[in-house]
Each structure stands twice: as C-alpha cells, then as structure tokens.
Design a protein around this ligand. Structure first.
Ligand code: AP5
Length: 215
C-alpha cells in the first residue's frame, strides 16, 4: 500500500496514519515529525526549518523533497508507506511522482480528509502529544485515561509550539493557498478518495479502509 494522507492541519492525518501503520505494518513518513525531530536535535536541517515552522509557513520545497526522496529508498518502504504531510505543494507532488517513477513504483491512493475550519482550530488548540512515544491525544475528543500522562508509556504530554491559535490560522491559510490545489491534482490522476473527516476517529478509519479496498 502506497498511500498519501492529504488534509489541512488538524484533519487527523497523523491520528489515522498511526492506526494504518499498525494494521498494514508499513511506515508512516510524516515530514512534520521529521522536521520537529531535527529542530529538537539542533541539526542544520532543524536550524533551517525552525523559523518557517514557528511562523506557520512551509519549509522550502527543495529541503523536504530531499528528505522524502532519501526516506523512500530505505528498506522498510519496500512493502509500502503512508505519506503524512507530504506533498504540500504542486512542486512536491511532481517531485514525488518523479522519485517513485525512478524507483519503478506508483501511488495506490490519495485520501483527502475534509474538516470544517472551526473544528480544525478546536482540534489543534486541544491537541497534546507524548514526549516519549509520540502518541497523540485531544483534551476533549481523545483524552488520556490517566489524566496528565500518556496511556501507552506514561510519558509527559506537551503542546506543539505551532498549535497557538494565531499560528494555526496562518497554517490554515497556507494550506488553502498552497496545498488545496493538490486535491484537483490527484483527482485528475484518478487516485483521490475524498472523505468526511468530521466523523469520529474510528469512523474515519473505517471510511479510509473502505476507500483503500475500493481503490
Ligand atoms: P505537520 O506536523 O505536518 O502539521 P500539519 O499538516 O499542520 O498537520 P497536523 O500534524 O497539525 O495535523 P494532523 O492532520 O496530523 O492532525 P492530528 O491527527 O494530529 O507540519 C508542521 C509544520 O512542518 C508545517 O507547518 C511546515 O512548517 C512544516 N512541514 C511539514 N511538512 C512539510 C512539507 N511537506 N513541506 C513544507 N513544510 C512542511 O489530529 C489533531 C487533533 O485532533 C489531535 O488532538 C487528535 O486527537 C484530534 N482528532 C483527530 N481526528 C479527530 C476526529 N476524527 N475527531 C475529533 N478529534 C480528532
């Protein structure tokens, strides 16, 4: 299964990708997670990316394209992969197409999750993530059973720097301007499944699994 999860910030791409990883035993390639890891580690990639991320802007295409091109050639991607947060521009989509063609591979499906703007703001302001294992929660929609710490590993939960309301709204307008055109791009390629991301987390997962079977 070679899949792209497309959708605005907070649509549930990461949440759904983690469930699909368990089901299909293929890796999630989340450019946001890779970039945050680089920022945390203080690498030159992280230093380059931080300003863009803090501002809610996109990191330059050539940087993320290089990351994904290398990642797709690793052994664990041979059985398939889930791209989460990439591509985000037409240039990235074209580069992905060229990379996969060079590897003799092609995408199976692009799932686009649609969610109302105000629900996205509510989801992102309430999002919490485990510092230990990366599991995501929501203070209202998916709270940890144990209250303050991660159910899976007991790790500390934190709020992302770019999940402040002003930055969230900037990220949403960047999505509308630069990423939304990919919906038409992949519809034209005959790969798109547009799903209602306003449903509950398990219902969205069911919709994705049906779309993958139909594809
Ligand atoms: P990135 O980390 O990719 O962030 P994003 O796309 O903005 O997406 P999010 O992670 O915010 O949302 P999500 O859809 O994964 O939602 P989640 O499942 O967590 O990118 C961050 C930054 O990195 C970018 O701004 C950019 O600077 C840079 N970057 C990354 N990739 C790049 C690229 N390709 N090119 C250039 N720059 C790039 O869910 C959110 C919350 O909602 C959670 O709390 C969850 O529990 C809850 N939730 C999920 N589903 C539901 C549901 N169905 N009902 C109720 N609540 C739900």
């Amino acid at each position: 299964m070679k899949l792209i999860l497309l959708g605005p910030p907070g649509a549930g791409k990461g949440t759904q990708a983690k469930m699909l990883v368990e089901r299909f035993a293929i890796p999630q390639i989340a450019t946001g997670d890779i970039l945050r890891g680089a920022v945390q580690a203080g690498t030159s990639l992280g230093l380059q990316a931080k300003g863009f991320m803090d501002a809610g802007a996109l990191v330059p295409d050539e940087v993320v394209i290089g990351i994904v091109r290398e990642r797709l050639q690793e052994g664990d991607c041979q059985g398939g992969f889930i791209l989460d947060g990439f591509p985000r521009t037409v240039a990235q989509a074209d580069a992905l197409q060229a990379t996969l063609a060079g590897l003799g591979r092609q995408l199976d499906r692009v799932v686009s999750l649609t969610v109302d703007a105000e629900a996205l703001v509510q989801r992102l302001t309430g999002r919490r993530t485990c510092r230990g294992c990366g599991r995501g929660y929501h203070v209202t929609f998916d709270p940890p059973r144990s209250g303050e710490s991660c159910d899976a590993c007991g790790g500390e939960l934190y709020q992302r720097d770019d999940d402040q309301e002003a930055t969230i709204r900037r990220r949403l307008s960047v999505y509308a301007a630069q990423t939304e055109p990919l919906i038409a791009y992949y519809r034209q390629a005959g790969l798109l499944a547009e799903l209602d991301g306003m449903q509950s987390i398990p219902v969205v997962q069911e919709q994705i699994l049906s779309a993958l079977q139909a594809g």
